[in-house]
Ligand binder design. Sequence first.
Ligand code: GDP
Length: 333
Amino acid sequence: MTIISHETPQKIVDLASRLEKGDRRALAQAITLVESVRADHRRDAQSLLSMILPETGKSVRIGVSGTPGVGKSTFIEVFGKHLTKNGHKVAVLTVDPSSKRTGGSILGDKTRMEELVRDKNAFIRPSPSGGSLGGVARRTREAMLLCEAAGFDVVLIETVGVGQSETTVAEMVDVFMLLLAPAGGDELQGIKRGVMELADLVIINKADGNLKTTARRAAMEYKGAIGLMRPKSKYWTPEVLMISALQKQGIDTLWETIGRFREARGKEGELETQRREQAVAWMWAELSDSLLSRLKAHPAVTEQLPVLESQVKAGEIDPTVAAEQLLNSFLGK
Ligand code: GDP
């Protein structure tokens, strides 16, 4: 069922209907539309999103974080193939504010996820390029909704684990997984506590060959570390798993674990509550982003800004006073 508003242009109605039939070209086009910053495109994008909203929310939303080199792309390729073989439709999106995408390249590097790229039941879309983390994340979240409307029942959102991007991704998914390479001791200390606290699942990759022993030791250490943290959920304590993406080991156990996670957190509607809270948080993020960009574009503000900034820099005016003055100009006071 779709809700059609009277002002919605016919081309958007058509796009929505092709999208809901699972047309991949329509999906790609729709994502390009939501990524556009042009005012008329934004309006069309919002009409499109309102139309497809009833068809969203039906996927398992999974976040995958890990520093470069831990094996994210190897893992996503293997995990994705495992899922499509079992009848799932998998979308892979990325949040990477540092990405400088050039038109058409896939995740910057064409050799990434070679098999998955060719899989008819998989859809891979790199991070929108440029812009703030907030902007990139908003467009990724909208892309996720479009993938859901197009019938993808598993959405993987990958992040490279720089800055705040893990928190941002954790705020848009049901289950957040932290991918790590075998190491222990000092390296364990090096992982930001905040990131560990976000993880519902800690996955130690490369548990193969002569890294197996180190992987086991690391798993023990991470289990210990998790034991000291307060769990996010009443029904789920984060688990540590060992896998080898290269040797395709532990992948089925991982998917089963995600199933157990969803079952456990489905109790008393915990997962549903999380999604509702995420939606409200997104509304606020959206509001502060757009308020700020409107403020910055306001003529009265742009006129005063250079002077006030240099006065603040020179210590001639208090930052709070300058901010108040700009706000008042914006509000026409
Ligand atoms: P990303 O930067 O996190 O996407 O990592 P990649 O998937 O590109 O992998 C980085 C390197 O680790 C590559 O040389 C992979 O072949 C290797 N690698 C990935 N998964 C495994 C694994 O399970 N075991 C071993 N031994 N190497 C792996």
